[in-house]
Design a protein around this ligand. Structure first.
Ligand code: UDP
Length: 301
């Protein structure tokens, strides 16, 4: 049993992680400012859980053995609505958590993202790819915030000896996503359910690789428990899908008659994305188990 702090513990992925940690018998403190997270995501959970309403960009203290940073808006619509908060949480929020880790000699885990690869020119993306990011484009608040956080963590590790572990999350879905968070799966499902047109941005040939949240949480737990860990590791499901295929699958699964309409592709929208997970497979024994169709059924049907 460890005393664990989960920042962003009321968010989509954070809340699933909190639930798993409690099931494993840990004592968990979830800290969240509820900007994109929701207390409802934790309300059904029983166990040794404390919830703190706090913005991690403001320094705070506590005694923990493990700190897991899941705090940051992750939907492009969300982070472009609050770009400065997104930058601050990645910069000051991460710094404040690293300080707690340094003082407690705690293990520090950090949720980074496939967005550090930007609109990638290498496919699939391996951890040693440096990425293709527009430093001042509409997605930069998230991409560069997360890249800064990675640099901050690596340098805290070098200067202060913090035991830090970075994992890069690729597109993830499952229960607790907000229906209106603007991401593709909640949008398509809400539209299909309401019989409204399905909005594909661009021609729908862009790709993403979608991971069911339980599989992702398996990966995060393996990162936490690994005896040895070096460098960032990709976590995601390598099965790649076009956005048009995704729309057709959701229409079929939901037996919806919604038509598909094509809208402008947002600026800097990555054209392809697929994780190379050979490192996670080799070092963490990570293997996603839930295919897209079963995951969508578990989520929405
Ligand atoms: N997308 C879409 N229709 C929507 C929402 C998103 O076609 O209603 C596209 C979006 O342009 C992108 C992909 O779906 O190519 C995934 O978008 P999302 O916002 O879920 O996350 P991203 O992977 O871009 O961070």
């Amino acid at each position: 049993m460890s005393k664990i702090l989960v920042a962003g513990g009321a968010g989509f992925i954070g809340s699933h992680l909190v639930e798993r940690l409690l099931t494993l018998g840990h004592e968990v403190t979830a800290v969240d400012n509820f900007v994109t997270g929701n207390l409802k995501n934790l309300s059904h959970i029983v166990g040794n859980l404390k919830v703190i309403d706090h913005d991690i960009t403001i320094p705070f203290d506590g005694e923990f053995e493990i700190i897991i940073n899941m705090a940051c808006p992750a939907s492009p619509v969300d982070y472009q609505n609050i770009p400065l908060e997104t930058l601050w949480v990645s910069a000051m929020g991460t710094k404040n958590l690293l300080e707690i880790a340094r003082k407690n000699k705690a293990k520090f885990l950090h949720a980074s993202t496939s967005e550090v690869y930007g609109d990638p020119l290498v496919h699939p993306q391996k951890e040693d790819y440096w990425g293709n990011v527009n430093p001042n484009g509409p997605r930069s608040c998230y991409d560069e915030g997360k890249r800064f956080a990675e640099s901050l963590i690596v340098n805290y590790q070098n200067v202060h000896g913090v035991n830090a572990r970075i994992f890069r999350i690729f597109n993830t879905y499952g229960p607790h996503m907000r229906a209106n968070d603007g991401r593709v799966i909640p949008n398509f499902v809400s539209q299909a359910m309401a019989g409204e047109p399905i909005t594909i941005y661009g021609d729908g040939k862009q790709t993403r690789s979608f991971c069911y949240v339980d599989d992702l949480v398996d990966g995060i737990i393996s990162v936490m428990n690994a005896e040895k860990f070096s460098g960032p590791v990709n976590l995601g499901n390598p099965k790649e899908t076009t956005i048009l295929e995704l729309a057709e699958m959701i229409l079929r699964l939901m037996d919806s008659k919604s038509e598909i309409v094509f809208k402008d592709l947002p600026q800097d929208d990555p054209k392809i994305r697929q994780p190379d997970i050979s490192k996670a497979r080799k070092e963490l024994n990570f293997e996603p188990k839930v295919d897209l169709e079963s995951g969508l059924r578990r989520t929405f049907i």
